[in-house]
Design a protein around this ligand. Structure first.
Ligand code: MD5
Ligand code: FE
Length: 203
């Protein structure tokens, strides 16, 4: 079933549940080639979320800023290609939310352990902001903090669970958002972690 949180933001509950095992299997193989790492923010802080990417581009952050890069800065090699199972799920979810021709070129893979959090931010490093972002939650549940168009808008708390997919488009595309510190727990599919796949059209 689907809920519209605000115009442009569509939650597809359990949309990825049937694919979860194959998605997790694909991620396990991807992170052999491009291991999770804790990036530095431009301000010099180390992020509590560990990240990797697949696709022709990957999102990176360092002292120089945020950007999409064609190669993994840790290895100097291109990011692993986006597996067809991941791209297909993202495309189907986008279509279910009304975005018919979503063709992601980047998938950022976020790894959260208990205590990991993501502060309020906007995703605005993509060239075409009319393209949505598709987010797939796997493993431990999280509280998604959904703000508004300005940083001072008080965030709404939205629980996201294993298999939930959110499509962020339209007016919601540039809203401030974050993830509250992950609570301790155990999930049968992932153990003590949450994985989030965010599919983007970077270029
Ligand atoms: C997460 N990741 O659960 C989230 C899911 C990130 C990030 O925020 O940048 O890696 S993506 C949520 C998202 C994307 C684009 C727009 C909006 C939310 N939004 O307008 O709220 O790890
Ligand atoms: Fe984000």
């Amino acid at each position: 079933w689907r809920e519209d949180i605000v115009p442009g933001a569509v939650v597809l509950r359990a949309f990825a549940l049937a694919d979860a095992a194959s998605l997790l299997d694909a991620v396990a193989r991807l992170v052999v080639a491009a291991p999770f790492r804790h990036l530095q923010t431009p301000g010099g802080q180390t992020m509590s979320v560990a990240m990797s990417n697949c696709g022709t581009r990957g999102w990176v952050s360092d002292r120089r800023g945020y950007r999409y890069a064609e190669t993994d800065p840790a290895s100097g090699l291109p990011w692993p290609p986006m597996p067809a199972a991941l791209a297909g799920l993202a495309r189907r979810a986008a279509a279910a939310a009304g975005f018919e021709d979503f063709a992601p070129d980047a998938c950022l893979i976020n790894h959260y352990v208990p205590g990991s959090r993501m502060g309020l931010h906007q995703d605005r490093d993509e060239a075409d902001l009319t393209q949505p972002i598709v987010s797939v939650s796997l493993g431990l549940p999280a509280i998604f903090l959904f703000g508004g168009a300005t940083r001072s808008d008080r965030p709404v708390r939205l629980p996201l669970e294993h298999g939930d997919v959110v499509v962020w488009g339209g007016p919601a595309r540039l809203f401030f958002h974050g993830i509250a510190p992950l609570k301790d727990g155990h999930h049968a599919a992932t153990g003590a972690c949450r994985l989030n796949l965010t599919f983007r059209r970077a270029l």
